[in-house]
Design a binder for this molecule. Structure first.
Ligand code: FAD
Length: 454
């Protein structure tokens, strides 16, 4: 039976609830492009916490599921729409204030990461977490996936910066966790429970973020390597000696795809490329650059270039950030996000190459290599049934490999819908049961993001 939306529409400001099929169509998919995406019953775009509460209460009363959506850049299908569910999108919740006294930012969830960074920079402050998608993803989505990024190898991922949250629970209550205080041992650490909870435990309606003093201009070292294994051995060598401010990896397919798109004279003959940065203070920067260069050369770097010029450094960083869209031009992607303890990184990239060969598919590997987090990008044509089957097989085998190497099926994108089949293999039955118990305690009707994580 069709659900009557009249009460919800009249309880919210005009235009908040959208049922126009043309508009709903744009909210079906996220960047994982899951072909099984449904069509929302309605799209709700609240501007404040009370409107989120009204929506969640109405959904609880009518047993209607809710898909929580920020900017829809999920690569694991976390914000994919579902038939018969409300898609609650936070894109109109964009208030942001910087509190210089406490060095914090207080943001509604729809604020883009780039806007937090820009507002902090105006006060000579810095919000470090920098997913490659930082210009297009929301802070709410970053919190819900515990997003990482390029500088996280030194500065840590989103959870290190979340001091406080306001969350609307599945019954419509709004709770405040943590705050602007830097230290807080009161009660169970529930703030952290919601970071990385992928929208299955509550809707984040406000985030208080810790800010750092502005970063000094980093020195950048870029090198080409004959093979992916040599490049990753250099990574292991460097990270055993120091903590770079960035240590990013691209294989030959990614280098060529980026070069095709950006034309910046990258070495098309290289087997792999590393981009490293040091932002150490004073003379320490020269010491760190020397360690990086030495290690690059010791592992067969064919070309090695260093610069302290901010614009040059940013150009190489932008090239790495462009890798996913560049490889996407070769064909639709199945996107992996596996991570391993650093000493196992060479085994992981070698194993991925083997999986590509066995299944006869193109897999391009890019990586936040300094923290062992790789993104094997499986290029395939979903219209070709056999190729799709081989790509899916490779997708699973890569996760099996990461687990076998003591790693994780997802370093930063989250489990979403696409990876939940492999979560039990990584965490085991007891942790799965504990996860289900927490879910049942906070969302007994199972209405928040059904099908995500578990
Ligand atoms: C080109 C490209 C590069 C990327 N690079 C990186 C990278 O380097 N590092 C990285 O970590 N990720 C990366 N991503 C993945 C993605 O951008 C991040 O996961 C991002 O944090 C998602 O933010 P979003 O606003 O788009 O969230 P969405 O896609 O809208 O949602 C993601 C998940 O969070 C939940 N959610 C969203 N908002 C809320 C809220 N307010 N309350 C509760 N739950 C919520 C959703 O239900 C969903 O489960 C990349 C994506 C692309 C397309």
């Amino acid at each position: 039976m069709a659900v009557d939306l009249t009460d919800l529409v009249s309880a919210l400001p005009t235009g908040t609830v959208v049922t126009d099929p043309d508009i709903l169509g744009a909210y079906r998919y996220d960047r994982a492009n899951d072909p099984s995406a449904g069509t929302p019953l309605a799209l709700v775009r609240p501007t404040n916490t009370e409107q989120v509460q009204t929506t969640v209460r109405w959904c609880a009363e009518h047993a209607v599921p809710i898909i929580v959506r920020g900017a829809g850049t999920s690569l694991s299908g976390g914000s994919t729409a579902m038939d018969g569910a409300i898609t609650l999108c936070t894109e109109k919740m964009t208030q942001l204030r910087i509190d210089v006294g406490t060095r914090t930012a207080v943001a509604q969830p729809g604020v883009l990461n780039v806007d937090v960074k820009a507002a902090a920079a105006q006060q000579n402050l810095w919000y470090p977490p920098d997913p490659s998608s930082y210009e297009i993803c929301s802070i709410g989505g970053n919190v819900a996936t515990n997003a990482g990024g390029l500088c996280c190898v030194k500065y840590g991922v989103t959870v290190e910066y979340v001091l406080g949250l306001e969350v609307v629970l599945a019954d419509g209550r709004a709770v405040r966790l943590g705050g602007r205080q830097l230290k807080d041992s009161a009660g169970l650490p529930l703030t952290k429970l919601f970071v990385g909870s992928e929208g299955v435990l509550g809707v984040v309606t406000e985030v208080t973020l810790r800010l750092l003093p502005a970063q000094s201009t980093p020195a950048t070292v870029v090198a080409s390597f004959p093979s992916v294994v040599e490049a990753t051995r250099a990574v292991v060598d460097i990270t055993s000696q120091m903590r770079p401010a960035m240590l990013e990896f691209m294989d030959a397919v990614a280098i060529n795809a980026v070069e095709d798109m950006l034309h910046m004279d990258l070495d098309r003959t290289a087997g792999a490329m590393l981009v490293a940065q040091s932002d150490a203070a004073g003379p320490a920067v020269a010491h760190e650059v020397a360690i990086i260069e030495e290690s690059f050369r010791a592992h067969g770097a064919t070309e090695c270039f260093s610069t302290t010029d901010a614009a040059e450094g940013e150009a190489f960083t932008a090239a790495r950030r462009a890798a996913i869209p560049a490889v996407e031009r070769l064909g639709p992607l199945l996107l992996e996000d596996v991570g391993v303890p650093l000493p196992q990184l060479p085994d992981l990239v070698a194993g991925v190459a083997e999986i590509a060969a066995t299944n006869d598919v193109t897999i391009s590997v890019i990586a936040h290599a300094g923290d062992g987090n790789t993104h094997p990008l499986i290029v395939h044509d979903p219209a070709d049934a056999d190729e799709k089957r081989r790509a899916n097989a490779a997708f699973g085998q890569i996760m099996d490999l990461a687990i076998a190497l003591g790693g994780t099926i997802t370093g930063e994108h989250g489990v979403g819908r696409l990876k939940k089949g492999w979560l039990p293999d990584q965490v085991g039955p007891d942790v799965m049961e504990m996860t289900a118990q927490i879910k049942r305690a906070l969302d007994p009707q199972g209405l928040l993001n059904p099908g995500v994580v578990l």
